[in-house]
Design a protein around this ligand. Sequence first.
Ligand code: PRT
Ligand code: ZN
Length: 282
Amino acid sequence: MRIAIQSKGRLNEESLALLNEIGIEVDSSKRKYLTKACNFPVELLNLRDDDIPSVVANGSATLGIVGLNEVEEKGCDVEIVDRLGFGACRLCLAIPKTEIYNGPEYFRGKRIATSYPNILKRFLDSKGVKAEVEVITGSVEIAPAAGIADAIFDIVSSGSTLVANSLKEVETVLESEAVLICRKDISVEDRQILEEIRFRMDSAKISRGKKYILMNIPEASLEEAVKILPAMRSPTVMPLAAKGWCSLHSVVDNDKLWEKVRQLKAIGAEGILVLNVDKIIP
Ligand code: PRT
Ligand code: ZN
């Protein structure tokens, strides 16, 4: 089974890292057009991101990892299997920052530069607004200052490119991120491999940003500690040799870790250990 991924660019590293995390290893030092995984029945097809939706739609690859923005723009007939949690960005309309914006009507009769004409035309049609769409493949953000367009429709992530070009974001048309896509009508065997990949990806998603925490706690504080640390089912409690004490184990979100540690210390927790979580398989 073939999986198409971006050969270089913003999604390449994280696509390979995700595949690696779910146990699909490829030798990226020998990156070629086609690379075989050494321990899973798949091969990777390394392509420009623009080509991934059509290659999956026509069956040259069964799966693909690509930005939702590319899938929506190309309009190919593929199944979006999962959002993958990286490559987050949005497709926005932006105008010179000194302009006053009064809603989509602003764009009537205006020239808008973009590399995403299809998504833009669909948006303008849905608002009943007629505008001129100028297709530009790179450096769209300089179009207004260069006098090529009045506005732009482009990918925004931090927003600093817009600020650097004296532009402001006025409409978000699509929230995008990397997605796993699949050709329609796949064989029963390929469906089984896909289900295994999804199972592993779900586990990778759950374990991301999680820490394993264990500590000693006075038995008298146990009930309170369990309220602070809800685990998947409930935290693990083990007796200690010292009378009146026990050991409590659980999993916490990394961004809540210090808040929880402070609460646990306040009720008498001692010897707190925090460990990285490799996999959580529910
Ligand atoms: O060579 P190939 O065709 O494969 O790559 P590419 O140059 O077309 O795409 P690439 O590698 O730049 O981006 C691949 C995918 O990453 C995109 O299709 C999006 O799904 C996703 N992505 C996430 C982004 C960004 N963030 C992003 N910030 N793609 C592009 N940008 C650019 C944007 O075009 C703009 O110029 O970054 C600039 C804006 O960034 P901020 O942070 O200043 O707002
Ligand atoms: Zn591209």
